[in-house]
Design a protein around this ligand. Structure first.
Ligand code: SER
Length: 600
């Protein structure tokens, strides 16, 4: 079965069962607390939490979609059989229960009808997982009974902890609930042979998850407490690529029509065989596809937020292409456009623009590599031993952005080794220094400016979030400065703001001040902060542990802004007074500058 057929089958199946088909939303979410779209339910979160009525906006409580998603948490796993950065998620929803709404029974029935009835999968190869009960929430006996009624034998119904079977929320607050996953046994030949092998096996991918059914009954509030929602919802998600590969009995999606063309082309261009270089081939194919989709949704390479993810993806792709001895080969991207232009309209007619942006970033990276290479080669000529010191490797990394893995590869081709221990020491020393520097720099501003500084800091976060809501999520902070009198904020945007836009921004900030939102601080690792959706506030390097500030409504739990920043901030927005923009001007090409004050 080819990808288009599966997509059509799913959407038609749910359409025939009274579901409204909703187009995929962008990879750039409207919710400022989340960096990228990671699940189909994200565009429906206000409906799932009961704040909006789906009947009013969609004319139906039953929805289905094929959603573009992006998960960065799995980036190191790319190359294996089951993970992708960009992927599609098929999902169906029943929001709120009334005479037509469905819950566990209906969701399981629909899942079985689609997988077994429509697609012809053998239910003897299913395992299902259910929530075993934890944190005061009971074991899901109801789901166990329903699965038994559908002929799944008791030993194939596996009880799992909250880690595997309690889904959500997407950021730290919002709708969530216990879930039940359908896993599929792909066959003994892919297994580890252990007697306890099954879903979530640590040793092999014989059994893979194909569909997650979430029984949304809770809302996780600011204090981490799970409150019962006033309504129940069904939220489901199928990993599209996984299901496609299961249906075709291929080891992975790379052997399906989605990637086949690219894999063949890489073989032609590199002269190497996929079978012998699976990981590199898969990384190149996966990253080519995801870079195109990210740029397609308006993201450009940069050092922060979504732009940084894109930069990392493109550079990683170049690096693996080089490892296979390939030069940039744009015809690879053509396969992506061929497959998806008829599915996702934003790819139509934008090929040149997308290629231009990607090519530009590749060229930048090429230059980096070239400079680094010349220096490395010179270095190699001058050293007597066959060991490159950690300081030299670090210098290449620090001054020229030359990845240490690349230094290692080139060095080993020429019979050299890197002193990895001293490289790591140099890296750590640098990180300690930059942490101290960052604390001084970012911590100092507000402290020196005292109480007023804290207020202006909070106002800056409100302004940043308001800009992204009013003029678009392409807005990224390019600089910020606070003194006792005013804040100054530089951001990426090409046009002068109209007086109407300025008015809207002021109004939104003042409304948030009036709503008396609360500000909370959490400390966490940089990676965790970014996956929690925190916007990076400064362009400089971050320390390993960062402070994340969230401005949220304590009653509804809704988050207005989440950013990494050293602070300090006030506790409540009502402390700020009235926010007023006093100037809007150009700062440099593509960057605008706002100066604003707080009036008591
Ligand atoms: N939200 C759930 C998930 O992402 C089901 O779609 O797995």
């Amino acid at each position: 079965m080819i990808s288009q057929e599966l997509r059509d089958k799913f959407l038609t199946f749910f359409k025939e069962r009274n579901h409204k088909i909703i187009p995929s939303s962008s990879l750039l979410p409207t919710d400022p607390s989340v960096l990228l779209t990671t699940a189909g339910m994200q565009q429906f979160s206000l409906y799932l939490s009961g704040k909006k009525d789906p009947l009013e906006d969609f004319g139906s409580r039953h929805l289905a979609s094929c959603q573009k998603c992006f998960r960065t948490g799995d980036i190191e796993e790319i190359g294996d059989d089951t993970h992708h950065t960009f992927f599609e998620m098929l999902g169906n929803w029943s929001i709120g229960q009334d005479e037509i709404g469905y819950f566990k029974e209906g969701a399981i029935q629909l899942a079985m009808d689609f997988l077994v009835g429509e697609l012809g999968l053998d239910k003897k190869r299913f395992y299902v997982t259910v929530f075993r009960g934890e944190n005061g929430i009971a074991k899901d006996e109801e789901a166990i009974d329903i699965w038994l009624k559908h002929g799944i034998s008791r030993e194939k119904i596996i009880e799992c902890s909250a880690k595997d079977n309690f889904w959500g929320p997407v950021s730290s607050i919002g709708p969530c609930g216990p879930c039940s996953e359908i896993h599929y046994d792909r066959g003994e030949h892919l297994g580890c042979g252990r007697p306890d092998c099954g879903p979530n096996c640590d040793y092999c991918k014989r059994v893979v998850e194909i569909w997650n059914l979430v029984f949304m009954q809770y809302n996780r509030n600011e204090d981490g407490v799970y409150e019962l929602l006033n309504q129940t919802n069904i939220d489901t998600g199928i990993g599209f690529e996984r299901l496609l590969s299961v249906l075709n009995e291929t080891g992975s999606a790379y052997e399906t029509d989605i990637f086949e063309g690219m894999i063949k082309r890489i073989e032609e261009v590199s002269g190497k065989k996929y079978e012998n270089n699976k990981q590199a081939f898969r990384i190149i194919a996966d990253h080519t596809r995801s870079a195109i989709f990210l740029v397609g949704d308006g993201i450009e390479p940069s050092n922060i937020g979504q732009g940084y993810i894109l930069r990392r993806i493109i550079r990683r792709c170049v690096r693996y292409s080089k490892m296979l001895g390939m030069t940039n080969d744009f015809s690879l991207g053509d396969y992506v456009f061929e497959k998806y232009s008829s599915v996702y309209n934003e790819l139509n007619g934008s090929k040149e623009r997308i290629y231009g942006i990607i090519r530009n970033e590749e060229e930048k990276f090429e230059k980096t590599i070239k400079t680094g290479l010349a220096i490395l080669e010179k270095k190699l000529e001058t050293i007597d031993s066959n060991i490159i010191s950690g300081e030299d490797a670090f210098d290449l990394y620090q001054s020229y952005g030359f990845p240490v893995e690349l230094t290692e590869e080139i060095a080993s081709e020429k019979g050299f080794k890197i002193d990895k221990v001293s490289f790591l020491e140099a890296l750590k020393k640098h990180q300690d220094l930059s942490r101290a520097g960052a604390e001084k720099k970012f911590g100092g501003v507000g402290k020196d400016a005292g109480e007023e500084g804290a207020k202006l800091h909070t106002a800056t976060h409100l302004l940043h979030a308001a800009l992204r809501q009013v003029i678009g999520s392409h807005v990224q902070q390019m600089g910020s400065d606070i003194n006792v009198e005013r804040l100054r904020f530089d951001f990426s945007h090409t046009q002068k703001l109209s007086s109407d836009e300025i008015k809207k921004i002021e109004e939104l900030v003042n409304q948030k001040i009036k709503e008396n939102l609360e500000i909370k601080k959490e400390e966490m690792g940089l990676e965790d902060a970014q996956s929690a959706g925190a916007l990076a506030f400064f362009k400089e390097k971050y320390p390993e542990t960062v402070k994340v500030w969230t401005i949220y409504n304590p009653t509804s739990g809704e988050c207005f802004s989440k950013e990494i920043c050293a602070g300090p901030h006030v506790n409540k927005t009502s402390e700020l007074g009235i926010f007023k923009i006093i100037k809007e001007e150009s700062s440099s090409a593509g960057v605008r500058r706002i100066k604003a004050v707080l009036i008591k």
